[in-house]
Design a protein around this ligand. Structure first.
Ligand code: PMP
Length: 459
């Protein structure tokens, strides 16, 4: 790559980083002796660090974000063009890219009609919950205000979003939480909670049990990831979603699908929920919407919901009295529009499906070879391999050993992820989410690195 930093610059940058930057998700003690990793450049599937070392990025920027790959000049051009024309105006007004992207997005989402712009996944989710709460106040005297979320799902970083967070280790430090959020059981069949044939239906029935326990007249919304991401790449079993939809209709509960990870192609369809033929009331999205080229998130809903907020009065109960300052940035929709064009013109949904099948097949082959792989799960380019100390008991592999597998992959110049627990305290699912442009050679290189790493760590 051109334009590498001079040695002096690197030293200065590392020192500035070490002195002043508080990294996300990071225990900083090791930085006192070690060196932080600084990613300096990216192109296609590759990134370079401060030492000029090239890595294949198998996690799209670490957290399932850079769906169309790095270094897309056409997105940069679209953003630049928009920024010099108009960078910002508060979202009470419309914008040209905002209108055009909303139109394009809605084309991909039959049944949905309205896009509310905001700037992070957490906020997009909170918009949906605020709308659900306002509907509860407007139509049900405030009673139907509870929002159900699922064990192992994650919906964001704010205190309210953590109140709907199903991963104990990410929450425990931050209570007390907002009231009115109620957990339902996870649906991971590999870690069965019910010994039945029809597991998907049974896991969904568990949601109904919670609704009946709480009182259906108090439950306004159900928020679920289509495929749980950070909680361990959990693909709901067959029959689950049909039953969930049935339950929501039966009790008049608004269904909110959190597509922050799965949205915009990650699983081979535009949205994860589209694999299951369900009809949500709210769909939220963020990461892949502009592949990280600009910050943008959306809360999308139906005309039926939108109509509930429409009348002639200016009573705050009758319209959505909400704003997100940076929901008015125009760089987001400008980047998102070009991001979507790339996905369409380059056939990336088809590529995602094809390469995803290869990734799953390669991981299954590794499972044959390495007893430590207990389960392989995923859809499209969104896969996980759960590591266990014992296949019979399914005792999770030691968290430190899992972290070592990631480090050994990095030594092979392949960046993979490891995510949450099978039981509290364990991070034992390796995650793979390469950009949708991945080639067969990229996929094979990723799984070859995992093969080497597993052999080194577990023999
Ligand atoms: N929902 C899901 C499913 C997520 O994975 C995340 C982020 N990892 C969020 C919401 C929150 O998004 P953000 O970090 O943009 O607030």
């Amino acid at each position: 790559m051109d334009g590498k930093f001079q040695d002096n610059d690197i030293t200065r940058i590392v020192e500035a980083d070490r002195a002043h930057v508080w990294h996300h998700l990071t225990q900083h003690k090791p930085f006192e002796t070690g060196e932080p990793r600084i990613i300096t450049e990216g192109k296609g599937m590759k990134v370079w660090d401060q030492k000029g070392v090239e890595h294949l990025d198998a996690v799209s920027g670490g957290v399932w974000t850079v769906n169309v790959g790095y270094g897309r000049e056409s997105i940069a051009d679209a953003v630049r063009e928009q920024l010099v024309k108009l960078n910002y105006f508060a979202g009470a007004a419309g914008s040209i890219p905002g209108a055009l992207f909303a139109e394009k997005l809605i084309e991909k989402m039959p049944g949905m009609t309205r896009v509310y712009y905001t700037n992070s996944g957490s906020e997009a989710n909170e918009k949906a919950w605020k709308m659900i709460r306002q509907i509860a106040h407007k139509r049900y005297g405030g009673q139907k205000h509870k929002i159900l979320y699922r064990e192992r799902d994650y919906h964001g970083t704010t205190i309210a979003a953590l109140s709907a967070g199903g991963q104990e280790e990410r929450n425990a430090q931050y209570g007390p939480f907002a009231p009115g959020f109620v957990e339902v059981p996870h649906c991971l069949e590999y870690r069965k909670q019910w010994d039945v044939e029809d597991y998907g239906r049974r896991a969904a029935d568990a949601i109904e049990e919670v609704i009946l326990r709480e009182g259906p007249e108090t439950v306004g919304g159900l928020c679920l990831e289509p495929i749980t991401a950070g909680g361990g790449v959990i693909v709901p079993p067959e029959g689950y979603w049909e039953r969930v939809q049935e339950i929501c209709r039966k009790y008049d509960i608004l269904l909110h699908i959190d597509e922050v990870v799965c949205g915009i192609g990650r699983t081979g369809t535009w949205f994860g929920y589209q694999h299951y033929g369900i009809e949500p009331d709210f769909v939220t999205m963020a990461k892949g919407v502009a592949s990280g080229y600009a910050a943008i998130a959306c809360c999308v809903t139906t005309e039926k919901v939108f109509d509930l907020f429409k009348d002639d009065s200016s009573d705050p109960m009758n319209y959505f009295r909400d704003i997100s300052t940076f929901g008015g940035c125009t760089a987001g929709p400008a980047a998102a529009l070009e991001n979507m064009r790339i996905i369409e013109d380059e056939g990336l949904l088809e590529n995602c499906e094809k390469m995803g099948a290869r990734l799953m097949a390669n991981l299954r082959a590794l499972q044959e070879k390495h007893a430590v792989i207990g389960d392989v799960r995923g859809k499209g380019l969104f896969c996980g391999a759960e590591l266990v100390a014992d296949r019979e008991t399914k005792e999770p592999a030691d968290e430190k050993l899992c972290a070592r597998v990631v480090a050994e992959c990095a030594a092979e110049r392949v960046i993979i992820g490891v995510t949450n627990r099978s039981i509290p305290g364990f991070n034992n699912t390796l995650t793979f989410s390469p950009a949708l442009i991945a080639t067969e050679a990229d996929i094979d290189r990723i799984t070859e690195a995992v093969d080497v790493a597993l052999t080194r760590v577990f023999g």
